[in-house]
Design a binder for this molecule. Structure first.
Ligand code: GDP
Length: 449
């Protein structure tokens, strides 16, 4: 898992102190750790080699600026390279779906069975309807599994798009042509074509999809791949990339444990941008791929922007915007804000979304408690904050021992628990403060010099 990358990096950063330049010898340990962590994360060996070589080339001879340690400077280099490997160098437009053609714009989905194609068709349809106001038609060319055709019908309905019927006795090419005629005659902007997958790479499947591609000439051919598929993702990506002129990648199930490794390999092997990531099985669970943010997460540094975005999506837009505004103006993050964040975590019906974006040390702490415990803890934390005066919530440093006892009694908890809450608040507030004033991106650039 890539979580171990951040843990490993953090350990090495601590040991690298007091040198003014990055050199062969002071970066060797760190590079070894990175290499091991990437291999553990199932990133393909050639990709790892190339990545390490690039980091080394960029790092050597760099001056360590300001109060940074060489370790921190190296993390800056690693972050930038990581972001570039997964596509930051392509810019934000790379994740847009290209619809610049005579309508309907055809999007062809390719990938193994179970990769998440059908789910992604519906998510993408919803995305194009909601954000680009398009009229979307979907059709399934999966003539081997009638259930897959039915599944597409159901999820297309949920997306608010239209579904074009197909049956197992038809040929995929005929189905796609009929759907295309229908889309033209009914003025659809977009036609998304779902295809049959197999459990493993298979020549007949590749031939079929290549024929389909030649017949309908899609403007986008998206390779859908499961982020949980480790080393295998590389072979699958290669096979599809050889058979089809792909235009982009959708990485699904990044909400599972082992995201990251596949992103690195697949981007490298296909040479195509990752356009979207799947972040839940729900129809809204598709996000435009953000290479910088993803690199941050891989490195375990957390990301205030993503944190606020997550909270925004979850429940309370106004609340999250208020917090973002407040922080942007340079105001401090206080216990009221902390309480609002805790409340949102609870509302999300699972804290994973937010936890994923926190730095590794918080994630570790968090993963040790199970969700029920966490929910209980949230209620107790809210109880403690509710027992404070508004003045104390704004300036927690005012809370002295006698007040702590009163607060504990009021909330029905021990003084230790009050102390623990204040400590946790301090940590988060410290992190927020660090991320204020330009955000993480700027901090990282400053690190790299
Ligand atoms: P297909 O065979 O490629 O069409 O795959 P499906 O669309 O049927 O997806 C296979 C399974 O993966 C289904 O149970 C989906 O709900 C699930 N799935 C797809 N995308 C995601 C995702 O981003 N996150 C999670 N958690 N599950 C997903």
């Amino acid at each position: 898992m890539l979580e171990s990358l951040s843990t490993r990096l953090a350990r090495v950063v601590k040991t690298m102190k007091g040198e003014a330049r990055l050199t062969e010898s002071n970066t060797a340990d760190m590079l070894r750790e990175i290499r091991m962590a990437l291999l553990e994360a199932d990133v393909a060996l050639p990709v790892v080699r190339e990545f390490i070589a690039k980091v080394k080339e960029r790092a050597l001879g760099q001056d360590v600026v300001g109060s940074l340690s060489p370790g921190q400077a190296l993390v800056g280099v690693v972050h930038r390279e990581l972001a570039n490997v997964i596509g930051a160098d392509l810019g934000k437009e790379a994740s847009q779906i290209n619809l610049a053609t005579q309508p309907p714009a055809i999007i062809l989905m390719a990938g193994l069975q179970g990769a998440g194609k059908t789910t992604t068709v519906a998510k993408l349809a919803k995305h194009l309807i909601d954000t680009r106001k398009k009229k979307v038609l979907t059709v399934s060319g999966d003539v081997y599994r009638p259930a897959a055709i039915e599944q597409l019908k159901t999820v297309t309905g949920q997306a608010g798009a239209e579904w074009f019927p197909s049956t197992p006795d038809q040929k995929p090419v005929d189905i796609a042509r009929a759907a295309l005629d229908y889309a033209r005659n009914h003025y659809f902007d977009v036609l998304i074509v779902d295809t049959a997958g197999r459990l493993a790479i298979d020549d007949a499947m590749m031939k079929e999809i290549a024929e389909l591609h030649a017949a309908i000439k899609p403007i986008e051919t998206l390779f859908v791949v499961d982020a949980m598929q480790g080393q295998d993702a590389v072979n699958v990506a290669k096979a599809f990339s050889d058979a089809l002129p792909l235009t982009g990648v959708v990485l699904t199930k990044t909400d599972g444990d082992s995201r990251g490794g596949a992103a690195l390999s697949v981007r490298h092997i296909t040479g195509k941008p990752i356009k979207f990531i799947g972040v839940s099985e729900k129809i809204g669970g598709l996000e435009a791929f953000d290479a910088d943010g993803f690199a941050n997460r891989i490195l375990g540094m957390g990301d205030i922007v993503a944190l606020v975005q997550e909270a925004t999506k979850a429940i309370d837009v106004a609340e999250a915007q208020k917090l973002a505004e407040k922080l942007k103006k340079g105001n401090r993050f206080d216990l009221e804000d902390f309480k609002a964040q805790i409340g949102q975590m609870k509302n999300m019906g699972g804290m994973q979304g937010i936890l994923d974006k926190l730095p590794a040390q918080f994630q570790q702490a968090a993963s040790q408690v199970n969700q029920d415990e966490a929910a209980k803890k949230v209620r107790r934390m809210e109880g403690i904050i509710n027992s404070m005066t508004p003045g104390e919530r704004a300036k927690p440093e005012l809370i002295k021992a006698t007040r702590k006892r009163r607060i504990a009694a009021g909330a029905g908890v021990t003084v230790q628990e009050v102390n623990r809450l204040l400590n946790e608040f301090d940590q988060i507030a410290g992190m927020m403060k660090k991320m204020q004033g330009g955000g993480l991106g700027k901090m990282m650039r400053a690190m790299g010099g």
